[in-house]
Design a protein around this ligand. Structure first.
Ligand SMILES: NC(=O)c1ccc[n+]([C@@H]2O[C@H](COP(=O)([O-])OP(=O)(O)OC[C@H]3O[C@@H](n4cnc5c(N)ncnc54)[C@H](OP(=O)(O)O)[C@@H]3O)[C@@H](O)[C@H]2O)c1
Length: 182
């Protein structure tokens, strides 16, 4: 698994607008795009999706050809971990991504919410909330989805590191968040 994180010069994971894009330079973005390009899964938390308003994840023609040669799907699938299932499902991110995102829920979630979520796309439920990320990684690997890019904040990445699950860490940054306009 590849742990991916951008940070400002003063250690913040997001700028004054609550988004990591505002502390990212072109070089930071280039690393992020390269990490995602040949991955199977991009793993994020629901708060990140709500804050960042991700654009649809689409395969570029050149990338799709290279991915086919490697036996990969045309584009990575985004897996969004959520307990509340309160997700922006009407946004193009869900309807216009090359591969429809997967929602990862805990199996103790309210059945009504689960039913509604399933009407909108694939929902995977896993049993143990406290280590959901690690369960998800093992579950993805058992489905043959071994190239996982995990875009989380430091505490969660540290947790994954404790479980010995990080093969590569791409930490970039250097923009001073305190000096950026909101
Ligand atoms: N600098 C970077 O590289 C970077 C990377 C990622 C994120 N960020 C920033 O970090 C902020 C969000 O990060 P965050 O750590 O606060 O939140 P997050 O990890 O993006 O999302 C937290 C949410 O994920 C769900 N979740 C997480 N663990 C779960 C578990 N074990 N079981 C069930 N659901 C679980 C819950 O969703 P529900 O609320 O739906 O229940 C929880 O509220 C944003 O500002 C984002 O821009 C920065």
């Amino acid at each position: 698994m590849c742990a991916m994180m951008v940070t400002s010069l003063d250690g913040a994971p997001a700028g004054p607008d609550g988004r990591s894009g505002s502390i990212s330079s072109p070089a930071d973005r280039a690393v992020l795009i390269e990490a995602r390009r040949l991955s199977d899964v991009v793993l994020i938390g629901a708060r990140t999706l709500r804050a960042e308003r991700y654009n649809p994840m689409r395969a570029k023609p050149g990338d799709a050809a290279e991915r086919e040669l490697l036996g990969l799907a045309p584009a990575p699938v985004v897996a969004v971990v959520s307990a509340s299932l309160d997700l922006p499902r009407s946004e193009p991110f869900f309807s216009e991504s090359t591969v429809t995102p997967i929602v990862v829920a805990v199996d103790s979630v309210d059945t009504g919410r689960l039913r509604v979520a399933r009407e909108h796309g694939e929902v995977v439920t896993l049993p143990r909330p406290s280590v959901l990320s690690t369960d998800l990684i093992h579950s993805s690997e058992s489905r043959g989805l071994a190239r996982i890019v995990c875009e989380r904040r430091p505490r969660l990445l540290a947790q994954l590191s404790c479980y010995g699950l990080i093969d590569e860490a791409d930490m970039t940054g250097g923009m001073p968040a305190l000096f950026l306009d909101p």
